[in-house]
Ligand binder design. Structure first.
Ligand code: DGL
Length: 266
């Protein structure tokens, strides 16, 4: 059990934020990453489609005998996780609960904002999670559908992102929010523009760190954490041509990673 890999999936490249933190937190674990680059984005799709994709991704990762699956995608965590946990015996965690916990720790005035894809925001998953931990906290949500294509386009530092952020987030200002959850894997890439639109006093929470910590705790609790001293290997699989993914992965993880393999049928 202990030397089995951890499986991670996302709709594309965004889940690499979680992989990066996992490598920091548990450098001796092997990781299998699946980026569903052929079917991204998930955030604009219906619940039944997101569930279908999520099940297929879990089934794909189970081929590698993974000991834990991390859904490193907010949309799939929001829509798919409650469903997947019922049907699979392998432990599965998402990014919603860790993100909610981190925001609750960060807020001083109990007013939290959540931004994400249409599917994540419509699901109300973050509000439910925050309220289940602390019902006194007020949560304000806003979907920002243009952020994913802007990040994919590599326009993180373009004025167009600042304009979109200003438009989406102006309503948050009058709500007196002091903490905002970046409830989408792509949004950390736009942190600068989002931070500028919200003002310096608002803390931005990215759930990747907290998710990696939760994964470590869970493996320790089940006695499934790799105990030895080795350098873990990470293998990447994608559903579309791997070149673009590899460019981003190398830049993002800051190291030379082995080429991703394209899978034909997930
Ligand atoms: N990975 C998705 C998320 O975190 C963003 C991209 C998409 O819409 O698939 O919600």
């Amino acid at each position: 059990m202990k030397d089995r890999p951890i499986g991670v999936f996302d709709s594309g490249v965004g889940g690499l934020t979680v992989v990066k933190q996992l490598m920091k937190e548990m450098p001796n674990e092997d990781i299998i990453y699946f980026g569903d680059t052929a079917r991204v984005p998930y955030g604009t799709k219906s619940e039944s489609t997101i569930r279908k994709f999520s099940i297929e991704n879990v089934l794909f990762l189970l081929n590698f005998n993974v000991k834990l699956i991390i859904i490193a995608c907010n949309t799939s965590s929001a829509i798919g996780l409650p469903f997947l946990s019922k049907f699979f015996s392998v432990p599965i965690i998402g990014v919603i609960k860790p993100g909610a916990k981190a925001a609750i720790r960060a807020t001083r005035n109990g007013r939290i904002g959540v931004i994400g894809t249409n599917a994540t925001i419509t699901s109300g998953a973050y509000e439910q999670e925050v309220r289940s931990i602390n019902p006194r906290i007020k949560v304000f949500s806003r979907s920002c559908p243009l952020f994913v294509p802007l990040a994919e386009e590599g326009w993180a530092n373009d004025g167009i992102v600042e304009a979109a952020a200003k438009k989406y987030l102006s309503g948050f200002k009058e709500k007196g929010i002091d903490t905002v959850i970046l409830g989408c894997t792509h949004y950390p890439l736009l942190k600068k523009a989002i931070g500028k639109a919200l003002g310096k006093t608002v803390k931005l929470v990215d759930s990747a760190e907290e998710t990696a910590r939760e994964a470590k705790n869970l493996l320790e609790e089940c006695g499934a954490k790799y105990p030895g001293k080795r350098t873990g290997r990470t293998k990447f699989y994608v559903s579309d041509a791997p070149e673009k993914f590899m460019d981003v992965a190398k830049k993002f993880l800051g190291k030379d990673v082995k080429a991703a393999e394209q899978v034909k049928d997930v």
